[in-house]
Structure formats: C-alpha cells, structure tokens
Design a protein around this ligand. Structure first.
Ligand code: BG6
Length: 512
C-alpha cells in the first residue's frame, strides 16, 4: 500500500513536469544531409514525438535538404523512419497532418543559386504556414561541409534576423574537429558567420534522461552532495561499453578511433556532470562555466596512464564476429584503436587525490554505459568476526543505459547468531518508476535548440578544453605505434593492459 502511494505521487510529479509549457515560436527546421540515416532514424521520429506530445508550435514545418534528388521517395522514407524509429503503431496513427509540412529541397552545398532558391522556398513556407522567418538549421552532414554551409547561409542572409524577435539557430553534429587545432579552426570558421548563442553543438549523450539525471541526483537532493568529494569518495569509474562493432563505418572509424569517437565528447561530458560544482542556476552559461572548470582542472594526462586496444575476432552474444582489421574498408594493418582507457586526476578542492578511470570501446562483452562511484571504507572494521573480504565499500552506480537506473550497495547484517556483513543493493529503475520512455534523446535537444536554450549543448570553449586534454595523447600515440594490435578478443572486456592500469592502484574495474 505504502509503495502504491509512493508510486502515485511520483507519477503525478512526472506528469506535471511534462506539462510545463516550453513551446517554441513558429519555425521551420531545415535539415542539411536529409538523405542520411540520422534524419530518418532519429530526427523525424523525434520531431513527430514532439508534435504528438503537443510540444511543437501550431505553425511548424520541416525541410530536408540534400545534394541528391530523392524527392520521389523522401516522404515515404521519412514515414517509414517515424513508424520504425518512433515505436509508432501504423494502424494507430495518421501521419498525414504531420507529413503535410515535411518538404524536400535539393541543392549542392556550394551552389549559391541553390541557396538563393532555398531562401525563397523557406520564405514561401513562412507565408503559407506562418512560420515567421524563424529557422533551426540542422547540419547532419560530414564536418568538411560545416563551414561551406554556414558561409552560404550567411551570404544569402539566412543567419540574421530581419524582424524583431526572429531567430536563426544552427545545430551541428559531431565531430567538432579531430584535435585541438582543427577544432579551433572549425570554431573560427563558424563563428565568422554565427554568434556563439546561435550555435548548438549536439552531443546526443546530453539528450539522454539518465545523463541529465546525474545533475538532478546531485543537486536536486540534499543527501548526496555533502559526501560527493575526496573525503568520502575513493574513486570514480566511467564506462561506455558497446557490443557493436563499427557497423560498416570503416572509413570514418579509421580516421577517428575510440578516443575521438566517444571519449573526447560523450565520456568527457558525462564526467563533467559527475564532477562539476553546483552551478548558480540551471542556466546555460552557469552550467557551462562549471563544466569548463572541471576540464580545466584535469591534470595533463600522461601517456602511461592511457591504454589503447583493438579487437580481434571473437564471439559477441554467442555469435562469431570478425576482428577490426577484417572489417569492410579497414586497413588490414590498421593501428586505429577501438578501445581506450585512462586514469585522470582532477586537481581541485573537491577531487584532489581521487583517481577517475574512464574507458570506452567497441565489441566488448556487454552494451553498458555506467558511472560507478566507489566510496571509502569506514575508518575501522568493527565487525572483526567477519570474513574481511565480505566488507565491501559502498558503491553508487548510475546506469546510463540500458536498464537505466541508480543503485547503491551497502553492507547489511546477515540474519543469524553471528555478525556477518553482506553487501546488498537498493535500486531505482527508470522503467519501473516512469514506464518505458519512447524518447530517443533528440527530442529534448531539438526542442531546446528551438527555444534557444544551450544548457545541454557543447560550447566552443568546452570543445577546445577537452581537445586540449586529448590532443597530447593522440600525438604521443602517433609517435609510438601499437605493436600488439589486435590486443583484445571481441566479446571480452578489453585489453589486459586496462586491468593492469587499475591493478597498479590496487583496484579493479567494477563488474557491469
Ligand atoms: C556515436 C558514435 O557518437 O555514439 C558511435 O559515433 C557510437 O560510434 C554511439 O556507437 C554510441 O551512442 P549510444 O547512444 O548508442 O551509446
């Protein structure tokens, strides 16, 4: 009964939260690179969900822009994407009203005449639909086109308001550079045309509820923050493990590798949420300042504190899989890392002396992203009669995906005439408490970008700060090509050196 009451109260809060009005102004979402997978699999389903939830303005349109003319198949393709990607039941929905204002436009990204036509095309939609000149441009294209597209948008007057209150925002997909110099260059090029508050660098991890919940967990509760520091925390682990390989993205992955693909962005964003000081408010600039302070406080990372790996053949989920070097369009002697682990140290008042271990990799034993906070042991072992191995530290696990939730282990007395202690677990599950969410992470980010709220986006200074940390490692690695690749079997937990990195500090990665 008590549990039922609790559940009802929690659900009421959730529903009320959902109803908070955050409806953007009338606008057109213009997606460059609309023939790509992202538009169909993620963006259109996300926009459709927003529409269903009543979170979009009445006057709203989507224009897909791509270089190939796929106008004949575009609508059907997008509908298919919404049905599959949005968990939408075909018999249940009428996509027509939404699809009526989903249009397609073909132009190459360096064609001035094409951009002029696009401008007029959008102005026509403004007249018909009432979208008032507001634009959200989404650059779902390869990074080499970012500057071309923004330049042309600027040149053809599509980035500056002509009426009071009008806005033009631009979302940019990662990668934001491949090292510090290229990130700076890219930022300079884009900033020539756009103000920083018009740019929304998307990191889809920040769209994940469970990543946002790190901040709610820490700053929306009174009991955790007082112990969230070096006095109580022994160390922190962050793991982003994937079972999948490179999914046919050979050429991209060959030039990226695990550090650039996941660690520099997704893992570093998660780390900043785990480690930052409480911001003055949940406003973009306040959050950004605190995140930046974390990255700036990280000690330069020694190459000896890093491990790289590459998977060889093995078994994942009982299925035989090939090694990285055998993947399509991958060099048979490739030195690209598919796994990376590091030990870092944040040199500030809160974290001095607390090692942070991070790792990310492909073709690992399990798909799991988790933050594990391991607390210090009590100052003395009072229960001397126990098997001391049984006395484990308290561990807080924030499971970002899958089985999203949070658990806390603590020692409990085993019933019986002796005082034996056994670790037990308190568990919160998103699915049990809130039901299954159909959101894919992009809903929140698209909505925030329309509203001009940059809190959950990467900013110029942050991107450069994380590259400043990672670039020396990439340079050091380049000087010392790996001699042992492939050094882990697909389906394992990565190379032995990653365990050795922990063992050096008399620690072990927590089982996930
Ligand atoms: C992307 C990477 O940014 O993130 C992919 O390019 C990776 O290689 C993906 O698989 C992981 O995202 P998620 O949401 O599945 O954890």
């Amino acid at each position: 009964m008590a549990n039922e009451v609790k559940q009802t109260v929690m659900h009421m809060g959730y529903e009320e939260g959902k109803k908070q009005e955050r409806i953007p102004d009338p606008c057109i979402v213009v997606i460059f690179g609309a023939s790509g997978d992202l538009t169909k699999r993620k963006l259109l389903p996300a926009l459709y969900h927003l529409k269903q939830e009543g979170m979009l303005p009445e006057s709203f349109a989507v224009v897909g822009v791509a270089r190939r003319d796929i106008s004949a198949t575009f609508s059907a393709d997008m509908e298919d994407g919404i049905l599959k990607g949005g968990g939408v039941d075909e018999s249940d929905v009428d996509l027509k009203p939404f699809m009526e204002n989903v249009k397609y436009f073909t132009t190459s990204f360096d064609d001035d005449a094409g951009f002029e036509k696009l401008k007029n095309f959008l102005a026509e939609i403004d007249k018909k639909v009432g979208t008032k000149g507001n634009r959200l441009f989404y650059l779902a294209v390869a990074p080499e086109y970012f500057a071309d597209i923004t330049d042309r948008l600027g040149k053809h007057g599509m980035t500056k308001a002509t009426l009071p209150g009008q806005w033009m925002h631009v979302i940019i997909e990662k990668p934001f550079g491949t090292d510090l110099a290229s990130a700076r260059k890219l930022n300079d090029e884009i900033n020539r045309v756009l103000n920083e508050d018009q740019i929304f660098r998307i990191d889809h991890y920040l769209g994940k509820e469970t990543v946002q919940n790190i901040l709610v967990f820490r700053f929306g509760n009174g009991i955790f923050e007082p112990i969230w520091n070096r006095n109580y925390i022994d160390h922190v682990e962050i793991t982003a493990a994937e079972c999948i390989g490179i999914e046919g993205r050979g050429p991209f992955y060959e030039s990226a590798g695990a550090l650039r693909d996941v660690l520099q962005n997704h893992v570093m964003e998660v780390l900043s949420f785990v480690a930052m000081e409480p911001p003055d408010s949940f406003e973009s600039s306040a959050v950004r300042t605190e995140k930046l302070k974390v990255w700036h406080a990280i000690d330069p990372i020694e190459v000896e504190d890093t491990v790289r790996g590459q998977y060889g053949p093995g078994r994942v989920d009982g299925e035989k899989v090939i090694g990285y070097r055998e993947e399509d369009r991958v060099d048979s002697e490739s030195e690209t890392e598919t796994f990376v682990a590091m030990r870092l140290q944040i040199e500030n008042w809160r974290w001095a002396g607390v090692p942070i271990y991070i790792r990310a990799g492909k073709r690992l034993a399990k798909r799991v992203t988790e933050v594990t906070v391991v607390f210090k042991q009590p100052p003395m072992h009072m229960f001397k009669s126990n098997d001391t191995k049984q006395v484990k530290p308290n561990v807080l696990k924030m499971r970002i995906q899958p089985d999203e939730g949070i658990s806390l282990t603590f020692g409990a007395k085993v019933p019986g005439p002796t005082t034996n202690v056994m670790p037990v677990e308190m568990h919160f599950s998103y699915a049990e408490n809130f039901g299954k969410s159909s959101a894919n992470g992009y809903e929140r980010l698209l909505l925030d970008a329309m509203l001009g709220d940059g809190t959950l986006f990467a900013h110029r200074d942050g991107v450069e700060a994380t590259w400043a940390l990672m670039t020396p490692i990439l340079e050091a690695w380049a000087k010392r090509p790996p001699s042992d690749f492939p050094n882990y079997e697909a389906g394992s937990w990565g190379p032995a050196a990653a365990d050795a990195l922990m063992k050096r500090d008399r620690r072990k990665w927590h089982k996930l």
